[in-house]
Design a protein around this ligand. Sequence first.
Ligand code: 13P
Ligand code: ZN
Length: 270
Amino acid sequence: MKDVKESKFLREFTATLSNMYRLGWDERNGGNLSEILDEDEVKKYLDTDKVIRTIPLNFDAQYLAGKIFLITGTGKYFKNAEADPENNVGIFRVSPDGQNALLLWGYADGGRFTSELPAHLMSHIERLKIDTLHRVILHTHPTNIIAMTFVHDLDERNFTYTLWQMITECMVVFPDGIGVLPWMICGTNEIGVATAEKMKKYRLCVWAQHGIFGSGRDLDEAFGLVETVEKAAEIYLKIKPFEIKAKIEDDQLKQIAERFNVSYPDGWLK
Ligand code: 13P
Ligand code: ZN
């Protein structure tokens, strides 16, 4: 069998973690990433029937029973994952009853999956219901998005609208908008349920004073969504102290939506 460290899926996953670290989004162990893997692909590298450890999930993931996930470990630093994936990330299958993670590879130092597993798996469930091709949930702590949650109101329409106005491409990249949660204790089933509720409507969910969740069909899509929001938030903070002399108006946002054939929530534009 081939070495899983040579697999495209693991290499792309850890390269994404390195990129996020280098952008300054993931200090220390900040952030977590999960991807649903294709079982046939995993089988080229691992005996998918060989369970090395069983870890309780502490919530019901029956909807995902049998699915195989690649996911970062709790307390692990993104900056270290590319050089040492076996200690920093893990591959597990959700048990048939949806109650346990059946570890197939990784978390080699005795570690376990991220503390944000509820938000990841619950969000995967909701995104899969909407899009069968959905695969990735990404959580990170981008500086400007977090900063914006201190100075902008947290109404979802207003938050999204401000960001749409910052870069012409924003309406093209996230026309569906951004969910926003007020500050909550992280790493709990409760924040998982609240995040997944937002994921029924949006592919992005901001956690005020904490970070953001993004989703996508692949790593690039989830990363690109967050990258675009983060850049728009940076521009918002850069221009905020100054007098605004020009801006993208509602009718121009409508023109963008029409030109790129995307639809936005009813009533969000005048
Ligand atoms: P983990 O180290 O458990 O993944 O937690 C990091 C984090 O970002 C919590 O929200
Ligand atoms: Zn976090």
